[in-house]
Design a protein around this ligand. Sequence first.
Ligand code: SF4
Length: 221
Amino acid sequence: MKAYNEDDYLNLAGIQHFSFCQRQWALIHIEKLWKENLKTVEGELLHKNAHDGQAFEKRGDTLVSRGMPVFSATLGINGICDIVEFHRNANGIQLFGREGKYVPCPVEYKRGKPKESNMDTLQLTAQAMCLEEMLCCEVEEGYLYYGEIRHRERVLFTGALREEVRKDFDLMHQYYERQYTPKVKFTKACKSCSLKDLCIPNLDKCKSVKEYITRKIEEDN
Ligand code: SF4
């Protein structure tokens, strides 16, 4: 099985950007462009709250780990899990310094509400795949908590989701190696994209840069 060198690891959370728009991922992770909008700032605050507090906390039969670093050499990724709950279960794994056995269950915090696309699910699946590789166990389910509706949704890590995660990271590694940024493709996602001012997606609709500038001047007059 292929194993990536640690120096070549990509950011786990990047799969969300890649799933939203491959160009957006490349602009952020290859060209290192980042622009904050209200959504990204609110999202950051929510994650900060999830990471704050004790690193490990016991709640009945559940251990709660906040801000747990994870990685996968086979996917070539690393990142941080907002929360990993360890549920006491006879079929689980032994944890150092703890009695009994536990099954890990990642929980990711999101600012908004459930999305039409599966980008959040893919990120959570990637976290589960990291936990499986690190802890030599099976992680069958996790949860996405949405701040806007104050509700968490159960996610089952199916074979299809795992395959999509593998394919996406494989492609991201290929793009990264080639330092390749996909061309602009205007979609409805562009309206809510935090990089639209830097990416200029409307350029796609024009035949040339000259035409784009002419049209902008006309719009501004
Ligand atoms: S503006 Fe559109 S094409 Fe450009 S990065 Fe954002 S989503 Fe992708």
